[in-house]
Every structure is written in structure tokens, then in C-alpha cells.
Design a protein around this ligand. Structure first.
Ligand code: KG4
Ligand code: ZN
Length: 339
């Protein structure tokens, strides 16, 4: 299964084989191109995908020692994401599938993230709890199988990654802000002068809200005078977000009785979140699964895997090009054998 990911500012291609696992993966990040604008410019993203895809597909095929006619299927991210960028990946995938006779599989980007831990040697088994924390989404889901996702908590406003990015911007850090803010926070002093509350942890429920926290950082910003103050502020913000995520995960595990937690999405690459959750797992006896950091952020390995898993379970291929900027995860259904 060839996977193609072009939902935002990463052009990525990967090949997954049911028996041999992941055979090759390649990724080109457009981050430096968008950096001067302080965020992703959709038109530029789409145009750059056009220029990169063909070369990346050839490179990935030769790294896997395959030729295009050996592909059984081509999976591509059909949404949610930037519509122009999605259309580039979908059109390319459809053209390639038509020339080599492979099946064409539209994949939901978040399903890719949720199933990404299946690319690792140590894998969770269904059912498990998943925390999905990316730039566009923050949710807790019960995962009962491929396409069987029940959302039990989500953000009421900003996504966790979005809060990282906006706070980083306010601190004057370059785009993409999340990893930059985490780097600055690593030099922060935990007993510095800033402390922010853990939003919505003082009341029952599994939903999140991060926009108030972002505002609290903006209000505190004038008090961050020295470089050390700025690092302390970044750390206080990171602590508030990651503590909140960890508290809600623990609560969700207790409420559902599930014993496995999967963390996926770009913020899953955050070191402090990883170590907090590892400590909770050791203390409370649940099993914790992370994709490797490069498969937490956007990549095509997760898209190839999700396409393969759907096809393996009898899911239908679809010859048309599908691209949906918005595509609620809860509308996905389990693969159904068409015969
Ligand atoms: O999953 P992803 O690559 O793209 C989306 O589908 O959104 O997630 C990107 C998000 C960005 O908001 C980025 O700032 C954040 O993940 N991120 C991080 C870290 N690495 C990436 N946030 C905090 N700490 C990190 N180390
Ligand atoms: Zn993503």
C-alpha cells in the first residue's frame, strides 16, 4: 500500500506491506517556506505539493525496491485539511492508481493518527483509549477497531497544538511554534514567577478548553522581561497544557475502565507530555503507547497503514477523488466488505 499525505504543509509518501511492515517512507516539510509568513499559506502549500510528489514517490518506490505495478493499493489523505493541498494528493493518487491498476483508498487524516501506533513493534490491542493532540484537533476517543471511534472528550475552542503555536507566536518564536516553545521551556525554571491554572480540571467531564490559557499568557507577557523570564513563562504554559492533558487521560481511563492509552498527533512529540504520562502509567498500571516522534507529527506511514488496514478488513476502494476540508471523525464507519 502506497500512502500519500498532503493535508497541510508536509508532502509525505510511504509504503506499507501487510507481511513485512513499513518498507520505506519519505517526507518533505515546507516549514521554512511558510516561516516568513508566520503560518501555512494554503495556496503555496498546494503548489509546492505539486512540485514534490512525483519525485518523492519515485524515491520511496526505489527505497522499497518496488516498481509501481507491484502496488496493490494507493491510500491518500482525503481530509480534513487544506482543500487545495488535499486535491493535489487526491488527484495524484487517482492518476497513479489509474495507470497501474491499484485500488484507490481515501483515508481520514485523524484515523491515520489514531492507528499510527500500529506501525511500532509494540502495539496496542483493541479496544484502547486514544488522546489525539494535533494542531487542529484535541480529543479523547475510545477506539474499538478500524473505523470504530467514539469521541468521549474534545476541545471546546483551541486545539492543544494551536495553543502551543499561538503562544509561541506571542513570545516571538519562529514558526512552527510548538517545538520551539518546548525547546525554550526546557531552559525554564519550574519555580519561576509564572503559574497558570489547569483549565476545566476542577469540574467533571472530559472536554478541554485552551483559549483562556492563551489569554492568560498574553496578560502575563509584559512581566516576562529577561530571557530567563520568557523561558519560565514558556515552561509554565507547557506545564499547564501537559498537566491538563494528563489529568483528563487518567480520568478517561478510570471512567471507561480501559487499560491502554495511545497518544497520537503532533503534540504527542512533546517530551514533557510523554514523561508525565509515562509516570502516570507506571503509577496506575496502564499500558502507554506512543508512535515514534516522527510518526506523531504528519507523515504518510500512518496513511499507508490506515489504507492497508481498511482494505485488509474488506473496505471498499473508491475510484473518484475525494477531498473534504471538514470531515468529522464520528461520521467514519468501520470497513464493510462490499460483496
Ligand atoms: O499532527 P500534526 O503534525 O499536524 C496536524 O494534523 O495538526 O501536529 C502539529 C502540531 C503543531 O501545532 C505543532 O506545534 C505541535 O503539533 N507540536 C508540538 C511539538 N511538536 C509538534 N507541540 C508541543 N511540543 C512539541 N514538541
Ligand atoms: Zn496531523
Amino acid at each position: 500500500m502506497l500512502g500519500i499525505e498532503t493535508s497541510c504543509d508536509e508532502t509525505a509518501v510511504a509504503i506499507y506491506d501487510g507481511e513485512r511492515g513499513l518498507l520505506a517512507h519519505r517526507l518533505y516539510s515546507q516549514a521554512t517556506m511558510h516561516a516568513e509568513y508566520g503560518g501555512v499559506v494554503p495556496e503555496l502549500a498546494a503548489r509546492d505539493h505539486v512540485g514534490r510528489l512525483s519525485g518523492l514517490v519515485s524515491e520511496t518506490l526505489s527505497a522499497a525496491n518496488l516498481v509501481v505495478d507491484q502496488l496493490a493499493g494507493i491510500a491518500y489523505t482525503a481530509g480534513p485539511g487544506l482543500i487545495g493541498a488535499l486535491l493535489v494528493g487526491g488527484s495524484f493518487a487517482a492518476g497513479l492508481a489509474a495507470t497501474c491498476g491499484a485500488k484507490l483508498l481515501p483515508v481520514h487524516h485523524l484515523e491515520g493518527h489514531l492507528l499510527a501506533p500500529m506501525l511500532e513493534a509494540r502495539q496496542p490491542v483493541f479496544p484502547f483509549l486514544a488522546l489525539l493532540v494535533s494542531g487542529g484537533h484535541t480529543l479523547l476517543a475510545r477506539v474499538d477497531g478500524v473505523g470504530r471511534y467514539a469521541i468521549i472528550g474534545e476541545t471546546l475552542d483551541d486545539a492543544a497544538g494551536e495553543a502551543f503555536d499561538k503562544t509561541a507566536k506571542a513570545l516571538g518564536l519562529p514558526y512552527p511554534g510548538g517545538p520551539e516553545l518546548a525547546r525554550l521551556a526546557a531552559t525554564g525554571n519550574p519555580s519561576g514567577k509564572f503559574r497558570f491554572s489547569r483549565p476545566m480540571t476542577d469540574r467533571p467531564g472530559l472536554d478541554f478548553s485552551f483559549s483562556g490559557l492563551k489569554t492568560a499568557v498574553l496578560t502575563a507577557l509584559p512581566r516576562a522581561v529577561t530571557p530567563q523570564d520568557r523561558a519560565d513563562l514558556a515552561l509554565a504554559f507547557e506545564q499547564a497544557v501537559t498537566d491538563t492533558l494528563a489529568i483528563k487521560c487518567q480520568r478517561a481511563l478510570e471512567q471507561t475502565g480501559l487499560k491502554q492509552l495511545v497518544v497520537a498527533g503532533g503534540v504527542g512529540a512533546n517530551r514533557r507530555l510523554r514523561s508525565l504520562l509515562q509516570m502516570a502509567a507506571d503509577q496506575h498500571g496502564f499500558a502507554l503507547f506512543f508512535p515514534r516522534p516522527e510518526f506523531c507529527t504528519d507523515n504518510a506511514a500512518m496513511i499507508a497503514y490506515a489504507g492497508w488496514a481498511r482494505l485488509a478488513e474488506g473496505g471498499a476502494a473508491n475510484a473518484g477523488i475525494s477531498a473534504r476540508a471538514r470531515w468529522p471523525l464520528h461520521t467514519l464507519t468501520a470497513p464493510v466488505n462490499p460483496s
